[in-house]
Design a protein around this ligand. Sequence first.
Ligand SMILES: [Fe+2]
Length: 225
Amino acid sequence: MAKEKQYPKDDREGVPTTVYQWGPTLARMEVDEALKMILIDEYENNKKNKKLDYRKNLAGQLQHETGYTDESKKKILPYLDKYFKIYEEARKRYFNRPNDKPRDYVLSALWINHQKQHEFNPPHDHDGALSFVIYLQVPEVLRIENQTEEKFSKSSGPGGIQFIYGEGGGRDSVNFVSHFPKEKEIFVFPAWLKHWVCPFKSDCTRISVSGNVYDVTASKSLLKK
Ligand SMILES: [Fe+2]
């Protein structure tokens, strides 16, 4: 009778494994007080300017969405710059491309959202290369509403933001990120990344500033030729 073939015993200490994280680079940071202050001041200085009503450009079901003037944008940009640099470093690490050349971004749009009771922002994306949102005011009453609702649901809850990516893939795929914001937090994300903001029942105003930047690195290098 033929002898049964013996296969080697697995005597490795563990199984070499690589788990791939993939999807868009989404970063959350905390901005400094100066950026928060200049965003509020520049809005206050220009809020009577009717030309800055930004609602026609946006998906949001909000009564008050107001743009910033070009002059305000110029003043604000130096305060924003560092957060894009941090995002770029994070993106290079995420893609494992440490030698990528720095990108040159231009701030193309900047607006402030005053979200009130029952208002919401349906799923949408933005123009440009990268987008961001900075939270200037998240009232305590809204935070309490969110925490109360959180017990009953897995979503970001009232006043929360949700980023959505991918086609699903059952329960083995992470295809959304939910977050209830704190004041002075900033999200930076690819402009095409879909996101939406839940309504809330509290009688208060949640204030955020959003914007888009374009990457002009390629066009600048063309001009040099
Ligand atoms: Fe948005």
